[in-house]
Design a protein around this ligand. Sequence first.
Ligand code: NAD
Length: 279
Amino acid sequence: MTKIIDGKQISSQIKEELRDRVSALRSRGVEITLAVIIVGEDPASKVYVNNKKKACEFIGIRSLSYELPETTTEEELLQLIQDLNGRTDVNGILVQLPVPKHIDEQKIIHAIDPKKDVDGFHTQNVGSLCVGQKGFVSCTPAGIIQLLRRSDISIAGKECVVIGRSNIVGKPMALLMLQENATVTVCHSRTENLKEVCKRADILIVAIGKPRMITAEYVKEGAVVIDVGIHRDENNKLCGDVNYEDVAPHCSAITPVPGGVGPMTIAMLMNNCVSSVEA
Ligand code: NAD
């Protein structure tokens, strides 16, 4: 029987735990504030930002919202980040990506104080992850570790294949799995014999950005499959990078889309906000 990993349920459990941690901090007079900056009118980004604000409200984190016009200059955005870096009442700063094309994304990420970089994108935090030191970890990969742990899926010693090498998913995912003592292979658009490599995986983590690309041919019988992709198909239905109907019968466990990895990202963002004051 294939176990369906319920990201909605696991993320709710994490948010409940965070609410308790926040309330304990409050009773000691500690408040948490997250500043959320969005530049421009991208509808998907607006939905993400609203969901983040709602999660803050649920957990008891104060959120400050900066909704800036598309015409905002790089200098203006950098100035706002500088101001927020300097504010002792602000614990976390998040700039919703992507930013408009005339703004250098890397420059923005690196302007954020690493101690307030709750997205975990600053090279200082990425470097800390690489050498196994404390720091903020990118939320989606951190959420996947929680999904595996809380589903009692053992990682140590297992063959793990990560497909995708992006800075926000693939690379930190591979580092986290290595930290969990998996034997890790990273595949990407130039990998040869992708199917054969994927078939080695006890745990296959898919972050390619190609709707339903991974079919049963890529999956070893009894593997655990984690699908990071989010797309709308031709019928406007949400789907992942994995062809769920084809793959699920061959897995010991799989994440659905929606309701798998997706809800974990915000839960881990909230976790990073809470950790920022507990450190
Ligand atoms: P990206 O486009 O930055 O990276 C995609 C990676 O896949 C690249 O490293 C590329 O080398 C690899 N790739 C592309 N085509 C390939 C192929 N044919 N064979 C093998 N590898 C191939 O994407 P990303 O930001 O890492 O996101 C990946 C997916 O995850 C997207 O669908 C995105 O929407 C989704 N995503 C979901 C969440 C979430 O919260 N659930 C968060 C981030 C991203």
